[in-house]
Design a protein around this ligand. Structure first.
Ligand code: SME
Length: 155
């Protein structure tokens, strides 16, 4: 099975598990678990930073799989904060070369971050996937994760 096909299968699995589920936390937890299990060991850390409704422009850690993550990331800071500020996905081949990168775990060397929007099109969270390898993510990963994130809160 090629990678694009694998992502299509995983999206179908996630959509089917969360169908009818009204808890956003349950939806994030399901996606983080299915992705982390299916893509191990390439996905070293897989999880969500959600927009904190009580704070101006700040992400707080949500459901994830992996080593201990940082709790809070201001918009504009690090890779996740950059995606929260721009609303655009990003692939970072070498996190050590990314200005302001937040090293929650020094084992991470590359990452991909994708925004998650709610049914009204408002930013709800970002999906952050880290790898211990340099340059671990490509356009196929981005397309697959964007498709999963696009239906995660509305399927
Ligand atoms: N690498 C992220 C921080 C989150 S952790 O890696 C889990 C960043 O710079 O946004």
């Amino acid at each position: 099975m090629d990678k694009a096909e694998h992502y299509r299968d995983l999206k179908a699995e996630i959509d089917s598990v969360v169908a009818g589920e009204t808890s956003v936390t349950a939806r994030y937890a399901t996606a983080a678990c299915i992705l982390a299990q299916a893509m191990a060991p390439r996905f070293f850390w897989t999880g969500f930073y959600v927009v904190d409704p009580l704070k101006e422009a700040e992400l707080v850690v949500g459901p994830y799989q992996g080593t201990l993550g940082c709790l809070r990331i201001p918009f504009g800071k690090g890779v996740c904060g950059h995606v929260a500020a721009t609303g655009e996905p990003i692939i970072v081949a070498d996190v050590h070369a990314f200005p302001g990168h937040i090293a929650c775990d020094s084992a991470s060397n590359s990452e991909i971050v994708v925004p998650v929007f709610d049914a009204e099109g408002k930013l709800a969270a970002v999906l952050d996937v880290d790898s211990t390898s340099l340059d671990a993510f490509d356009e196929v990963d981005q397309a697959g994760l964007v498709a999963i994130c696009n239906s995660l809160l509305i399927a």
